[in-house]
Ligand binder design. Structure first.
Ligand SMILES: Cc1ncc(COP(=O)(O)O)c(C=O)c1O
Length: 326
């Protein structure tokens, strides 16, 4: 156990200042929290969401990690890598039964997960929707005894704990931060950061802005409320406010727009920091749009949370895998 505790500790990652005349014009101070550098193979928010789950599974003598996702899920890749690194078997329940007989059509994410030892069960989209139901989970548990079931995206209560270290580091690195932008898939990362920011009892107002990558993501509000422990997103008893921005999803998951691509290229070219094609590209686009629309007040201290996902870029050219929608 001792060894797993040590191995699952969070590394201190840099908070890198971003200087640009555009930010001066809007009177913002901007930093990027480089959690894409927090673990050699299990990057960013994925590492934080898995750390306490891995500890728990080891402490309970569990042998297998089972989880759910689509063909491009960073969480699937991260779980497979974690299984390999920490000695668990891994099983991925993957949306899309058509992939079962067509390994040649597997995404680089699935291929890497497979190479890391994950075994797949491909299911059709209708059955996939049952993934959180008692019956479905019971059956899985029956087939895979001594296993820990991780929800899609790895967003469970234990995952929330992983974000405490991020907030503590930010508190040390930039005590006066007022705004934090993060990408939202299942909402776990936004919820974890908001929960831990509130527990940290800041002396000033902090706003956490989650940029949704899925279309019509308002349904996530409920999950984020539950996981963060906030009664409502503007829980007035707390200095911390979270908000889900749904207008920057660029046509939906793994899709993009000219405007989003332009912002991604500008950001990468200007600061020399790579973004992933599904999540952090939209987070940066959302931030730049909010800035241009003057929705961020002057003198704000803004943190962009780099949640990793860079394994989602194609290996040969480092280019986008997303599809343009306009
Ligand atoms: C790189 C990256 N950033 C952000 C997210 C969104 O995290 P969450 O599902 O906790 O909202 C994901 C989720 O897969 C991700 O891979």
């Amino acid at each position: 156990m001792e060894c797993v505790h040590l191995l699952t500790a969070a590394a201190n990652t840099p908070l890198q200042p971003l200087y640009h005349s555009l930010f001066d014009y809007y009177q913002l101070q901007v930093w990027i929290k480089r959690d894409d550098m927090n673990h050699p193979v299990i990057q960013g928010n994925k590492w934080h969401k898995l750390r306490f789950n891995l500890q728990y599974a080891k402490s309970q003598g569990m042998q297998t990690l089972i989880t759910f996702g689509g063909a491009y899920s960073n969480h699937i890749a991260a779980t497979a890598a974690a299984g390999k690194a920490f000695g668990f078997k891994t099983v991925g329940i993957i949306r899309g039964e058509e992939l079962a007989k067509r390994p040649q059509n597997w995404s680089p994410t699935l291929q890497t997960a497979y190479a890391n030892g994950m075994r797949f069960q491909f299911i059709d989209r209708q059955t996939y929707r049952l993934k959180n139901t008692q019956d479905f989970l019971k059956q899985l548990q029956h087939h895979h005894p001594h296993s820990l079931m991780l929800p899609e995206g790895g967003s469970n209560e234990r995952a929330m704990l992983g974000f405490q270290s991020v907030i503590e580091q930010l508190h040390q690195q930039c005590p006066g931060w007022s705004h934090l932008f993060t990408a939202v898939g299942t909402g776990g990362t936004l919820a974890g950061l908001a929960k831990m920011a509130a527990l940290n009892q800041p002396s000033h107002r902090q706003r956490l802005l989650g940029v949704a990558t899925l279309n019509q993501a308002d349904f996530l509000q409920k999950t984020i409320r539950q996981l963060s422990g906030f009664q409502s997103h503007t829980d007035q008893h707390k200095q911390v406010i979270w908000q889900l921005l749904t207008q920057y999803s660029g046509g939906g998951y793994a899709k993009t727009t000219d405007a989003c691509l332009a912002d991604q290229h500008w950001f990468e070219g200007t600061f020399g920091i790579l973004l992933d094609p599904i999540y952090t590209n939209k987070m940066v686009h959302g931030f730049l749009e909010e800035m241009r629309q003057q929705r961020i007040p002057p003198n704000a201290k803004v943190i962009l949370y780099h949640s990793g996902g860079l394994q989602g870029r194609s290996e040969e050219d480092g280019q986008n895998n997303s599809v343009k929608t306009d």
